[in-house]
Design a protein around this ligand. Structure first.
Ligand SMILES: Cc1cc2nc3c(=O)[nH]c(=O)nc-3n(C[C@H](O)[C@H](O)[C@H](O)COP(=O)(O)OP(=O)(O)OC[C@H]3O[C@@H](n4cnc5c(N)ncnc54)[C@H](O)[C@@H]3O)c2cc1C
Length: 378
């Protein structure tokens, strides 16, 4: 659905109905069992995988897939003094917490990307009449998705650039060409995105880290655009003078009786301003990609027991290009696989449905190839 933005509930129902259909149409010798418990530990060996669950079961399997999804990042040190304050919202999808702020006048939103758009849309839906002050490091605001054709495929039929600098030079030249042609720049990320896997896997870890350090913010804000209906809420608040954004850094947050006082250093002037807010919402993105910083006990156990190791870039875990997990001592398990978010360092764009769908199809083929039991069903 490249040109549409279905509401989340509709997408959820669609996924549920697709799963139901897949189960109904599957070979009758196969079965699906949903165990409503957490995986708490794992043992691996050449003959299989054993997963311990929070309800005391030991699940034995020939193969296992880590599809653990996204983990929420811990609040920043700046946010620590207000972490238990009822006027602070750490999770922008916490409905009850947003309800509490609906009647307030001044909100500080930290971050200006998709989570910020979600929060503004959610607050507007709650009848919030106050104003938003939005602060982010670079002050770049995500844009709404427009129905644009992909730009010409300038990466096809040539050796792919191997360095961040070479890629940037190429992209800048194409950006100028788009401008000269009077076309929409949003066609450019559409052209680049299908090449991300090849570009990422053709680069060294040093170049990948350079990209992550210097270009990630630009890539994220151009590749991941906002759903138009949500962005309309931001545009409306802007037009009513209720939304103001800027580049800056929140230096400190102090909980006081009359509000939360934020000390913000603005990037342009370097001046530090003290501003009082009725509420603060963290819109920093919330995805923790560094497995060493994920507090989840299952993840910690996998690392401590050497079943997985962090990817050299620090994003997700180490695995082969096709998602076979590599152990702490550098062996490919052969019966343990990963998909989606854990493969961020292996594939870079691994957090969205488009890439995850391609990974799922490829992984299904791989599993049938390695698993004698699955092969009998294929
Ligand atoms: C707010 C938000 C909005 C997003 N919007 C989009 C979007 O519009 N388009 C898009 O393409 N992508 C979006 N994404 C990215 C999204 O995460 C993925 O596209 C997709 O949901 C990932 O699917 P997944 O199954 O890999 O992970 P998830 O959907 O995160 O599911 C992982 C599952 O694993 C379970 N789990 C984790 N650890 C354990 C354990 N130890 N034991 C048992 N179960 C465990 C979790 O409970 C969860 O059910 C969004 C992400 C967020 C956070």
């Amino acid at each position: 659905m490249p040109d549409s933005s279905p509401p989340r509930w509709l997408f959820g129902s669609y996924v549920q109905s697709e799963l139901t259909r897949a189960v109904r149409e599957a070979d009758p010798r196969s079965s699906l069992r949903h165990i409503k418990a957490s995986a708490v530990d794992m043992l691996t060996g050449p003959s299989g995988v054993c997963v311990g669950t929070s309800d005391g079961q030991q699940l034995l399997a020939d193969e296992a897939v880590l599809a653990t999804g996204v983990f929420q990042s811990e609040p920043s040190a700046t946010e620590a003094p207000i972490i238990n304050d009822h006027r602070y919202v750490a999770n922008p999808w916490d409905s009850a917490a947003l309800d509490r702020l609906a009647g307030s006048r001044q909100l500080l939103l930290i971050g200006s990307s998709l989570s910020m758009v979600d929060v503004v849309a959610s607050m507007e839906a709650r009848g919030f009449k106050g104003s938003y002050r939005v602060v982010s490091r670079r002050g770049q605001i995500v844009e709404p998705r427009r129905n644009t054709e992909a730009w010409r495929d300038f990466l096809a039929g040539r050796p792919l650039p191997k360095t961040t600098r070479a890629l940037l030079a190429l992209v800048k030249a194409e950006r100028r060409a788009i401008e000269a042609a009077g076309l929409d720049w949003q066609g450019l990320p559409l052209t680049i995105r299908p090449w991300i896997l090849a570009l990422w896997q053709g680069a060294t870890d040093k170049e990948r880290l350079k990209f992550a350090r210097h270009l990630r913010a630009f890539w994220d804000v151009t590749a991941h655009r906002a759903a138009p209906p949500s962005f309309e809420r931001v545009a409306l608040a802007q037009s009513q003078g209720r939304w103001a954004g800027g580049a800056g850094r929140v230096l400190a947050l102090h909980p006081e009786a009359g509000g939360i006082v934020a000390e913000i250093r603005w990037r342009d002037s370097g001046a530090v301003e003290r501003l009082r807010f009725d509420g603060v919402v963290s819109c920093r993105g919330h995805q923790e990609h560094d497995w060493r910083r994920i507090a989840d006990p299952f993840v910690q156990g996998l690392l401590e027991n050497g079943i997985v190791r962090p990817h050299a870039t620090g994003f997700g875990i180490d695995a082969t290009h096709d998602g076979q997990v590599i152990s702490g001592d550098g062996r490919t398990h052969g019966n343990l696989f990963a998909i989606g978010h854990p493969l961020r360092g292996v594939a870079w764009e691994s957090s969205s449905i488009g890439e995850q769908l391609a990974q799922a199809i490829a992984l299904a083929g791989l599993l049938v190839g390695v698993s004698p039991r699955l092969r009998t069903l294929a």
